[in-house]
Design a protein around this ligand. Structure first.
Ligand code: ADP
Length: 491
């Protein structure tokens, strides 16, 4: 099968979060299974050019219709760790992708509407006719809309679209000018409730809703989150739309790239190890302490890795730091804040705890350090408010770091409480789960984990190994997505 992914991120060249990991990891799995995959991305000024091999001009003069004129673009092509990627570079005064960051401009909807249009125009002009177009999140929600309203009449009648939603919170809300810019000319038609009109603001268009309505299949990144988005508050207003399209909506758990996340071969960690020999893990713990100036004592290390924002349950993260210290454990945090207030808060905490040999707060994004933390820590907390899938708990499991998670979204599908899980046998359980959002709930789960580490080390090691036994690679999700592609292809 021939698949083209259209996305705003692809790790490691463009990565703001899990979306980038998924686009790369899934593409790689599909190629390993013998399919052809290409990825179309914006050519940002700030992406990691050092991760692209053989970057060269692939298509010099791509003219993309825009308002009443057209924008001249060039398309570059190169390999990102073996994946063939095309990068769209517009030459216009808008400098859509030359902003020094990926997201965060007032005209983000315009930037990514342009990208969606340019990606289709590129496919059409360069004669790319994939069986399936897989697009992701609000940034590319207009791709199926443009395909079915415009491009199918220009030689792209047989392409089918799978649309994956990684985060319902950001939906791409825009006004009439988006229609004028992209050539979707009948505003009254697109502003109908059954098409692009936002479910709550009658004067706004919703890109993500367009993606849901027009795609042949819609997925979100875990089965439990699919349920939450459909029936609960986590659809952020799109629950009714999902309900109307439930026959083509489902959850597919993300995978992790086990060539990159694998303690047996990880090039960022000093000692390799496996579930049959955990000695290397103990050595990595020592290395982690040395790197972060933590004291060498007989204590567990609890970690947090992730964005410091409301979604990740920052208040519980903050509490976890102090509760770990209270329980005579050590804590390592690696996180970058998306808001100034939270950034200041954690910098304040960092300064406050600076001389404490049992805690280290690293504020910023550091891929390499994250590997050492996964390898050296004993437990990882994921107290998210909501979590569509979550990668950190799956990486933690692979590295023998016991997850302590809140029971939401993909965390429910991947972590099974050692003491209370009803659906898995004791030898299949792999972590700790709590449900409420208050400090006490977190404390009770941390208590059980730290207690087991202190008083029943053999039992703790058993739990570590049970976690390492889980296969959360792209193996199963790859099969699931291929099943979806086959299904929509023959419809
Ligand atoms: P998100 O909601 O941000 O997509 P996920 O759990 O799905 O969260 O994915 C987070 C990914 O980003 C993981 O691979 C994690 O290791 C990585 N990550 C998050 N924060 C940092 C950081 N500050 N430094 C390094 N890696 C990070």
């Amino acid at each position: 099968m021939y698949i083209i992914q259209i996305a705003s991120e692809c790790a490691p060249v463009i990565k703001a979060g899990g979306l980038g990991d998924v686009v790369y990891g899934l593409s790689r799995e599909l190629e390993n299974r013998g399919h052809t995959v290409e990825i179309i991305l914006p050519k940002y000024d700030c992406m990691r050019y050092d991760h692209i091999w053989g970057l060269h001009m692939a298509y010099q003069d791509l003219y993309v219709p825009w308002y009443d004129g057209r924008i001249h673009c060039s398309v570059y092509c190169g390999w990102v760790h073996g994946r063939l990627c095309f990068f769209v570079e517009p030459h216009s005064q808008d400098s859509f992708f030359d902003r020094g960051y990926y997201y965060g401009s007032n005209d983000d909807t315009m930037r990514f509407a342009f990208f969606s249009k340019a990606a289709l125009e590129f496919m059409q002009q360069s004669n790319k006719r994939p069986d399936v177009i897989h697009c992701h999140d609000w940034q590319t929600g207009l791709v199926p809309v443009l395909l079915y309203e415009i491009y199918q009449w220009h030689g792209m009648a047989y392409q089918r679209v799978c649309y994956t939603i990684h985060n319902f919170k950001h939906q791409g809300i825009a006004g009439l000018n988006i229609l004028q810019a992209t050539g979707l000319h009948r505003p009254e038609y697109y502003f109908e409730y059954d098409r692009l009109r936002d479910n709550f603001n009658p004067f706004a268009l919703n890109f993500m809703k367009g993606g849901i309505v027009y795609s042949n299949f819609v997925t979100t990144v875990s089965p439990h989150h699919a349920w939450e988005a459909h029936y609960g508050e986590f659809g952020y207003g799109l629950g009714h739309t999902l309900h109307q399209h439930q026959h083509k909506f489902g959850g597919v758990l993300n995978g992790i790239d086990t060539d990159f996340w694998n303690p047996e071969i990880d090039r960022y960690i000093p000692y390799h190890y496996s579930k049959d020999n955990l000695e290397g893990k103990a050595k990595n713990k020592k290395a982690l302490r040395e790197r972060l100036w933590l004291s060498h004592e007989d204590k567990p290390i609890v970690a947090f890795i992730g964005r410091l924002d409301d979604q990740k349950g920052v208040h519980l993260v903050h509490h976890a730091v102090y509760y770990a210290l209270h329980r005579n454990a050590q804590f390592v945090l690696l996180g970058s804040a998306t808001e100034e207030g939270l950034n200041n808060w954690f910098w304040h905490e960092k300064n406050h705890l600076n001389n404490n040999p049992n805690v280290h707060l690293e504020i910023g994004f550091n891929e390499e350090l994250s590997h050492l933390i996964y390898a050296g820590a004993d437990m990882i907390v994921v107290p998210s408010n909501y979590e569509p899938c979550g990668l950190t708990q799956m990486i933690g499991l692979k590295y023998g770091t016991v997850p302590i998670v809140r029971g939401v979204g993909g965390l429910v599908n991947t972590v099974f409480d050692r003491d209370y899980d009803q659906t898995h046998l004791p030898e299949e359980r792999n972590g700790y789960v709590f449900y409420q959002t208050d400090n006490r709930a977190l404390e009770s789960a941390m208590d059980r984990a730290i207690g087991l580490w202190n008083h029943y080390p053999d039992e703790f090691e058993k739990l570590v190994i049970q976690g390492m036994n889980y296969d959360y690679s792209w193996n199963y999700p790859g099969k699931d997505y291929l099943g979806i592609y086959e299904y929509i292809r023959h419809k």
